[in-house]
Design a binder for this molecule. Structure first.
Ligand code: BGC
Length: 822
């Protein structure tokens, strides 16, 4: 307590308790912004989802931005410079939209190809993920917009993501799963870090003092540590663990509640001061201090230049896995008829079905259109889909019209049914039939009950069997031509973000007549922080798409088959049960390859997939989710104006059974024991003696390379600041292009400590080499790659003795071995 009054006038403030000023800064204001504080001179800051582009905060199809390559696609470039350029584009788009920080990159590791959000992640390797993630952060932040690297940590399971517990031993946690975040913090310092939903060793990440201690004490991280959305459930635990900001707003656990906890002595004052200081620092960095100037972007690109960057990045991400008889490039002058087959040629997949879904800006050129264009008028290009995938479509994608006759669907917000009547409080015609509102719902406001209704007319040329579906945050129903055909119960409330992100629906199948059919989806909602409604439909396939495609393929000089994922097959809050593609895609490829030997397959999936037919096709190209220049970049690579040079950032298993941890899921306590899948990635193949279908780091081009020589080129060996870094270790490599065209190869350096059984990536470099020429390069070994975590000492140590350094062209390549004694 303060001492007695010493002559101060009664109006002068007397400090009688801890300083709780600025506590409001520790809680969000809205779904996507922080609370301002006049007292601290901090303005509201907008935090918007990435990482594949800037997501509309109103989830509105009219609020668009560029779709960037997914994390896996970026990592397949193995090129920090391209990734920094893409980061700059995102930063520029963020700045143009008044965004203070982007919720990305996702630096989790796809421990298994089954993880539902693997497409956002970079690579199974912690070093590669850290280096490339840091390049992305550098690019974004050079524009004066912050990054929020997410999700700390071991957040690679979407099943029960809010409650599951990742049991990870300290060595694996430090050396593998925390490593990308550490590299990003040390080299690029993202201005925010997001704590994951899951528990780690029994404790929720947002309330995990051990984990937050690693960030703030061990790494000296000076940015804001924020919760994942709705990821806090205890004021004192979160604050004392070191959490600085609770999102989304309005705050439920920090903010005013934190001020109370500090006043009550449950949270030390210095903890609140630390949080306020960090949020204020974010405002300083992003130009949100009252009166401060907005940071000057490092580089602004014109629309044209933006498209160029995206095109370059997309082309650089493609990984050529097979090219038998040099079937690629397919020179237009050498063929007369080309069959393009596969659903993804005409309806490519650009992103996953998460919250972070970007509403695309500008024209999206499909692979089919770009291929037609690139092959020109002298080649007859014909298309058949060959397979129908399972995703139902939005009503507007099906060409619906609103009751007033304009294209789109009518969205109405009505008073709750209990209030009687059908009072329409808000209405507009939209070009979407899936809506999400964080906070206020138009017409009824925030946290209020009501109803949302979508009305659309579909025009059917002939009678057909259709699936029609609905879903949302409340009880929903489908009415077709005035007849109620489906009631869908409200979802369980435990993962509202997952329910909304997945846009889950239930569907009913019914026979519809030819002509105009009215579909009405209505959803009654209770007060809540987020509301959503979705209406979908899909006609049943009556034709025989496979037969039509085979007839086309059999007669063509060559076939390009584009298959892969649909947006709904990579999801937030749900994992996969198999690494396989949709069986219809596999059937299509097998059948086409059987009727035409000149079959080139392009796989549009942003994860490791099973490719059971890879031996039967001439060429095989992984194209991931490469951003919105997909079409043009693909056509350029197929026709040879750009040579593919990407390398796999994840190992491709031959069978599901070869996936690390296959068959091990959550136990009855929702715990996932990482011991069942470690070491994961290429290390799993090395230690288990199994062969991957295609190894990590692998990829072909249009020429051939040979690694001629690799010698140790270490100089000034020395231990770094904390005695756990080894500076100065490098190898000198010579690479020869033995083929007939220029090309680019990625030389990789792997290291193994004395007594260890597996190698780890410790360096890489990309070399552009002219046909027949040789190139030399120095690859520095990652100074942190020599550390090992000593659990007994709770410290990093450098194992001494003889280390093996392997210079290779992929993780399964014997390469050239060098030895060094430390
Ligand atoms: C996701 C985060 C995302 C946040 C805001 C969460 O459900 O896990 O990655 O940034 O929602 O959309």
């Amino acid at each position: 307590m303060a001492g007695p009054l010493t002559g101060a006038s009664a109006t002068e403030a007397v400090v009688t308790g801890p300083d709780i000023s600025g506590a409001e800064l520790t809680g969000g204001r809205t779904g996507w912004s922080t609370t301002p504080s006049d007292e601290e001179g901090v303005e509201e800051m907008v935090l918007l989802d990435g990482p594949l582009g800037i997501v509309s905060k109103a989830m509105d199809e009219r609020d668009t931005s560029l779709i960037m390559p997914s994390g896996t696609a970026l990592a397949a470039t193995w090129d920090p410079e391209i990734i920094t350029d893409v980061g700059q584009l995102i930063g520029q788009q963020g700045a143009e939209r008044g965004v203070s920080a982007i919720l990305g990159p996702n630096l989790n590791l796809p421990r298994s190809p089954l993880t539902g959000r693997g497409f956002e992640m970079f690579s199974e390797d912690p070093f590669l993920t850290g280096v490339l993630g840091a390049a992305w952060v550098q690019g974004v932040q050079s524009q004066g917009v912050g990054c929020c690297a997410k999700h700390v940590v071991a957040n690679d399971t979407e099943t029960e993501r809010r409650r599951m517990n990742s049991r990870v031993d300290p060595v694996t946690l430090r050396e593998t799963y925390l490593r990308p975040f550490e590299t990003a913090v040390r080299t690029a310092n993202p201005w925010m870090l997001m704590m994951a939903y899951n528990r780690v060793n029994g404790m929720h990440c947002s309330q995990h003092s051990g984990l937050i201690g690693v960030l703030k004490d061990d790494w000296k991280y000076d940015g804001v540590v924020v919760s994942d959305w709705y990821g806090v459930d205890d004021t004192v635990a979160a604050a004392n663990a070191g959490l600085d900001l609770e999102m989304p707003g309005p705050a439920q656990y920090l903010g005013a509640r934190l001020a109370d906890a500090v006043a009550a002595g449950e949270v030390p004052e210095r903890r609140l001061r630390d949080a306020v200081e960090r949020v204020t620092r974010l405002a300083d960095r992003t130009g949100r201090r009252t009166g401060a100037s907005v940071p000057v972007p490092a580089r602004l690109r014109t629309r044209r230049e933006q498209r160029d960057v995206l095109g370059r990045a997309a082309a650089a991400s493609f990984v050529l896995l097979e090219n038998r008889d040099r079937v690629l490039p397919l020179y237009p002058s050498r063929i007369r008829t080309l069959a393009v087959v596969g659903p993804n040629a005409a309806k490519p997949c650009f992103q996953g079905g998460t919250f972070a879904t970007v509403r695309p800006e500008g024209e999206l050129v499909t692979p089919l259109d770009a291929i037609r264009d690139a092959f020109g008028p002298d080649v007859e290009v014909r298309y058949e889909s060959g397979a129908a995938l399972s995703d139902a479509l939005s009503l507007t994608e099906l060409g619906s019209i609103a009751p007033d006759g304009t294209p789109g669907a009518l969205l109405e917000i009505l008073s709750p049914a209990t209030a009687g009547g059908d009072e329409v409080l808000y209405s507009e015609v939209r070009h979407a039939s899936s809506f999400v509102w964080f906070g206020p719902v138009p017409g009824v406001g925030a946290n209020a009950p009501g109803r949302a209704r979508i009305t659309a007319l579909l025009r059917l040329e002939a009678p057909a069997r259709w699936a029609v579906g609905a879903g949302g945050t409340g009880i929903s129903s489908v009415t077709v031509d005035g007849k109620r055909v489906l009631e869908v119960p409200a979802p369980a409330p435990d993962d509202v973000m997952g329910v909304v992100a997945r846009a889950d629906t239930q569907q009913v199948t019914l026979d519809l007549p030819a002509g105009e059919v009215e579909v009405v989806v209505e959803m009654a909602f209770q007060p809540g922080r987020v509301q959503a409604i979705t209406a979908v439909a899909a006609p049943e396939q009556l034709s025989a798409p496979l037969t039509d495609a085979l007839a086309l393929a059999a007669l063509a000089d060559a076939v390009i088959v584009v298959v892969g994922d649909e947006q709904g097959s990579s999801r937030e809050s749900a994992d996969r049960t198999t690494a396989a593609l949709d069986p219809a895609c596999d059937r299509l490829v097998e059948a086409v390859a059987a009727v035409n030997t000149e079959t080139v397959v392009v796989v549009n999936a942003s994860r490791a997939v099973l490719l059971p037919w890879a031996d039967n096709v001439k060429a095989l190209l992984m194209s991931w989710f490469p951003g919105q220049e997909f079409g043009h970049a693909l056509a350029a690579v197929l026709t040879g104006s750009i040579a593919p040079s990407g390398r796999l950032p994840v190992s491709f298993p031959a069978r599901n059974e070869d996936i690390p941890g296959w068959g091990h899921g959550l136990d009855t306590e929702l715990t996932l024991d990482y011991a069942a899948s470690e070491p994961m990635g290429y290390r799993h193949f090395e230690t288990s003696g199994r062969s991957p279908r295609y190894p990590f780091g692998y990829g072909l081009g249009y020429t051939e390379f040979r690694l001629v020589d690799a010698v140790l080129a270490s100089s000034m060996l020395g231990l770094g600041d904390n005695a756990a870094e080894v500076e100065g270790v490098a190898v000198h490599v010579t690479l020869r292009n033995t083929g007939t065209s220029p090309g680019r190869d990625v030389v990789q350096l792997y290291g193994k400590a004395p007594g260890e059984t597996w190698f780890r990536l410790m360096g890489f470099t990309a070399l552009d080499v002219a046909a027949g020429a040789s190139a030399e390069a120095r690859i520095a070994a990652d100074p942190l790659g020599f550390r090992r975590w000593d659990t007994a000492k709770s410290a990093w140590v450098v194992p001494t003795g003889e280390w093996e350094l392997r210079v290779a062209r992929n993780a399964a390549d014997e390469g050239i071995l060098c030895r060094i004694t430390l």
